[in-house]
Design a protein around this ligand. Structure first.
Ligand code: 15L
Length: 272
């Protein structure tokens, strides 16, 4: 892996990854619609709209591996999600195929499976239960990854990212927190480990309260170094005591699940 492209490089995760991946790969190519505010003179930045297939094709030329973070990272209107995450991801995989890119990391999300209850521990093979149009677009991206892996031989790893940050910020994030350094560990497996065809891993640190069975990631060599439990006492002390959103509290996806909710929650809960 010599030339690695990061899409969505100006976003929160992209900004955290840039300095961490810089010493690892000979050349990092950064892309986003907007220029990162803190772009260094020694960084290569190519502004690209993922919805522009021709531009994306050009962006992928000469690249060995891609960390695809680009697109909308929260819920949006159907048209926003369609253009940024669905058309955008398709263009990216197509551009990569035409350019002969060897590996892709697809940044998927816990919201691809957000409608699993917090009482269950889910493996990576579960049936998708997206909790939003955003989560649905991530299911689409995971599918694209499998298609381009098995049909076109690109080694693809989908990382179902929980919540990346310096520390877990609330009780829900104690289960799904991912330190930037542990994210780098996952990315390096996907880009560098020999023999990757198509893999799905949960993007979480070593969290005692995790809702995920991440044994596949462990088998591939993932050994997270950060633990949300180190922050649990402080996080739980700061947690509001009177939460009034039973749908959000029931499901792993939290408020993404309760937004625009119109089902009969009690009936669903009883039957499933
Ligand atoms: C995500 O997928 C989002 O990109 C991020 O903004 C957070 O909302 C995160 O999930 C989360 O669930 O905390």
């Amino acid at each position: 892996m010599e030339r690695v492209l990061i899409t969505g490089a100006a976003g929160d995760i992209g900004s955290r990854l840039r300095p961490l991946l810089k010493p690892v790969y000979r050349e990092l190519v950064l892309s986003d619609r907007v220029r990162p505010a803190d772009l260094g003179a020694d960084e290569t930045f190519i502004p690209t709209d993922l919805a522009d297939a021709t531009a994306v094709e050009g962006l992928c030329r000469g690249i060995d591996g891609i960390v695809h973070l680009g697109g909308k990272s929260i819920e949006g209107t159907w048209d926003e999600i369609l253009q940024s995450n669905i058309v955008g991801a398709y263009n990216l995989f197509e551009g990569a195929r035409k350019a002969g890119v060897k590996r892709i990391i697809f940044a998927t999300s816990n919201h691809a499976v957000g409608f699993y209850p917090r009482t269950t521990t889910i493996p990576t093979e579960v049936i998708p239960r997206p909790d939003s149009r955003y989560g649905l677009s991530k299911v689409f991206g995971e599918g694209l990854g499998a298609l381009y892996a098995y049909k076109h031989g690109i080694g693809v790893t989908s990382i179902r990212i929980g919540n990346v940050g310096d520390r877990p910020i609330d009780a829900r994030r104690l289960a799904i927190w991912l330190s930037p350094e542990d994210l780098v560990r996952l990315i390096r497996i996907g880009l560098e480990r020999p023999g990757i065809v198509y893999e799905v891993m949960y993007g979480v640190s070593d969290n005692a309260r995790a809702w995920y069975d991440n044994s596949r990631a462990a088998a591939l060599g993932y050994a997270p170094q950060d633990r949300s439990e180190d922050y649990a006492e402080a996080v739980l002390a700061a947690e509001p005591k009177d939460r009034k959103d039973p749908v959000a509290e029931n499901y792993q996806g939290g408020p993404f699940c309760s937004a625009e909710y119109s089902a009969d929650f009690e009936t669903i809960k009883r039957n499933n």
